[in-house]
Design a protein around this ligand. Sequence first.
Ligand code: ADP
Ligand code: MG
Length: 350
Amino acid sequence: NCISPVRRPCGVMVLVNPQSGRGQAIALYNGHVQRMLTEADIPHTLFITERQNHARDLVRSADLTQWDALVILSGDGLLFEVVNGLMERQDWEKAIQTPLGILPGGSGNALAASSNKNHLLTSCGFLLCKGLVSKLDLISIRLSSGARLFSFLSLAWGFVADVDIESEQFRQIGALRFILGTLLRLASLRIYQGKLAFLPAESERGSDSASFSPADSRLPDHLLAPLEQPVPQDWTLVEEQEFVLVLAMFQSHLGEDLLAAPDARADDGLIHLFYVTAGISRATLLRLFRAMQTGTHLDCGCAHLVYRRARALRLEPLSTAGIMTVDGERVEYGPVQAQVHKGAARLISA
Ligand code: ADP
Ligand code: MG
């Protein structure tokens, strides 16, 4: 197997989601990606996903000795499947070290945007050919059913999660769907009730009695207490229980043009926690989203917007139904906890 930087020539598994974005991923492959890889002498095999979780299944059962990198040409959703497929393997510890690349082909290309600034597709392709690999944080997400997911991008509840899922119906207009979705959601702005707590990044906590689920040996969540117990002593309980949104960011970009966490780095070991409390006006909220395009929303002086750096968090919605997303994908709704695992995966990037 290749070690960093990726040795050449090496075999790359290229996974394409034909449905992502406006459905032009295969055209991007035929028009650019194939030629780029060929010119760079990178042998690769194309896999076109046929359904949801196809990539996850492929990666879970693949012979990884054959592949030096896994590259997806899609949105964030397909990489989410790949990461979780790798973590479900018996040999997860080795598997998750496989360099991952993302060539933006979807409508939500936040990770690609977080690691490359200009000409997304071209610069991602260039990095892939150069084979530079860096660390990527993974965030362990615990759902109330006991299910566990690994995330590299975001956990959202409230406004942002609703927009992401409700705007799926406008898939054919590409990234514009998020703008349209935002305007529609603003028109029927809601308040979301719940309890939020987090472990501040400054806290110098080692593993103590709160240690979670010793049976699970995959990246143990030593910062979390079981959901049915109170959060550990050194956590901060957020006083407000009425929110417009809660957004935990693990990368800088929420979307190609949404710089939600300007200071975030792929392997900073931090959860960049944002929440907006109830009482904010529609106009102010819209102003925040517009400022987010340049990453200046924290400079707006909006008292309803709070930003904290954390290593773990717990969110308990008080309603029984609603939308919660991880990396832009809808997950089971209910109490959720998360903890960051610094640099647990590897990303092909500058
Ligand atoms: P986008 O950024 O456009 O949302 P994603 O890569 O995030 O693109 O993919 C969106 C969803 O499509 C993911 O949930 C993924 O599992 C699913 N998916 C992957 N392949 C297919 C397919 N062939 N048909 C339908 N859905 C698919
Ligand atoms: Mg998506």
